[in-house]
Design a protein around this ligand. Structure first.
Ligand SMILES: *Cc1c(COP(=O)(O)O)cnc(C)c1O
Length: 417
């Protein structure tokens, strides 16, 4: 059956052999899954979730008890005072945009302390020209790069002493960069340093790809507000779209006023039949994140064995679900992505080819055959076609599907030699 599926014996053997060496790593991931499952179940029970919460509202969406219960459950799972969880957020990028516009006013300063933020925020902030950017409203922006894969503590403190900053953004996941993603412990350390100089600045964390990868959240170590996508970790592959903003109640309410309209805020927002999907997605999320982590660990081990540079290594502590593979040449990058695409449940006949994408300088090759468009908690693999030809692979709804896809992608690599 493997051969019939286009997996050659050599690829299958390498993957199964390397998998043997991952028992310790997988045990740790299973333990993490248990803890996160406990958190989720506890939040469901505490908030007394019943079938009535699956009911839906239309129109204004007043008194949507399911929506309100979902927000209490998310708040409990994330260690937050409050949370806004809505399908009126298109995805994580939109929620980040809403949060920034909710907290920043003309002449305020936004400071990123993890270098240039994620690509979709460039036009939001005005790093790239856009007539509706924060910059067009007179919001000022500055950034401080990471230093040796850690925060530049001295530079951050110096900046805060010399400037009144309204909001600090910390992006944990690496995006299309080669830096390390940022663990909660590091977030805790930098927040302590920030608070030693400035007690008021809003500390906002882009938490995309990081939920349930560790057993602590940035809110539990002092962040004011965190933002994430429901077509990533916490949607569990089931939420059809949406995002969350969680943290201090006052800040969550402000985001509500911006998402809908001042005066109506969080009171409106019809759930249009997706309450059950959001709850079920969250219920599955600990397992789906664990499956994604196992797939990433397996990929790291196998591709390292085949002689490629990988980041993180299989036994390294992870902060997110993203696995980098440095292919070193275009052909291997494209062949590997082709293998992932052909092992997808949807669009398996499509062949990923490098293509110009809006907002990117280089051509991008992208494998994604997901049930939900753009969902990257489902297995996907992509990268800019430029030296050193890095693939960014993430997700997998189950470990078996992830493993099969890695076998197929490795077959593609070997066959092309
Ligand atoms: C994916 C991602 C986003 C955007 O999330 P979408 O749901 O795709 O809009 C923002 N920031 C980071 C770091 C991400 O990885």
């Amino acid at each position: 059956m493997y051969n019939e599926f286009g997996i050659n014996n050599k690829a299958k053997e390498i993957v199964l052999k390397e998998e043997e060496n991952l028992k310790e790593e997988f045990k740790k991931i299973d333990e993490l899954c248990d803890i996160n499952s406990l958190k989720v179940l506890n939040a469901f029970n505490k908030n007394n979730i019943t079938e009535a919460h699956f009911n839906s509202t239309t129109g204004y969406g007043y008194d949507d008890m399911g929506r309100d219960a979902i927000e209490r459950v998310f708040a409990d799972v994330l260690g937050a005072e409050d949370a806004l969880v809505r399908s009126q957020f298109i995805s994580g990028s939109h929620a980040l945009c809403v949060a920034l516009f909710a907290y920043l006013r003309p002449n305020d300063v936004m400071l990123s302390i993890t270098g240039t933020p994620y690509d979709t925020l460039h036009e939001v902030i005005g790093i790239k020209e856009n007539k509706s950017s924060l910059k067009s409203f007179g919001v000022k922006y500055d950034e401080i790069d990471l230093k040796d894969n850690d925060f530049d503590y001295d530079e951050i403190k110096k900046y805060l002493k010399n400037n009144k900053v309204k909001l600090i953004e910390i992006q944990r996941s690496k995006g299309y960069s080669t830096r390390k993603s940022i663990e909660v412990d590091k977030v805790e350390k930098v927040i302590k340093e920030i608070r030693s100089v400035d007690k008021e600045v809003i500390i906002m964390v882009d938490n995309c790809y990081c939920e349930f990868v560790e057993d602590k959240t940035p809110l539990e170590v002092g962040a004011d507000i965190i933002v994430g996508s429901l077509i990533k970790n916490l949607g569990g592959g089931i939420a059809p779209n949406g995002a969350y903003i969680a943290g201090k109640k006052e800040l969550v309410d402000l985001a509500g006023e911006r998402l809908t309209l001042p005066g109506e805020g969080r009171e409106v927002g019809p759930s249009l039949g997706i309450n059950k999907s959001i709850l079920q997605g969250l219920f599955f999320a600990p397992l789906v994140v664990a499956s994604s982590l196992k797939t990433a660990v397996l990929t790291s081990k196998v591709l390292e064995k085949l002689g490629y540079e990988v980041d993180p290594k299989y036994n390294e502590k992870r902060a997110d679900i993203v696995q980098n593979i440095v292919f070193g040449n275009e052909k291997d990058l494209v062949n590997y992505c082709g293998g992932i695409q052909s092992a997808s449940p949807v669009d398996s006949a499509s062949k990923p080819i490098p293509w110009d994408m809006p907002g990117y300088t280089d051509k991008i090759v992208m494998a994604s055959g997901s049930f939900t468009q753009g969902s990257s908690i489902e297995l996907s693999c992509d990268g800019p076609v430029r030296k050193p030809y890095i693939a960014y692979q993430q997700g997998s709804l189950t470990y078996s599907y992830g493993k099969i896809a890695v076998m197929k992608a490795v077959s593609n690599l070997i066959n092309s030699d």
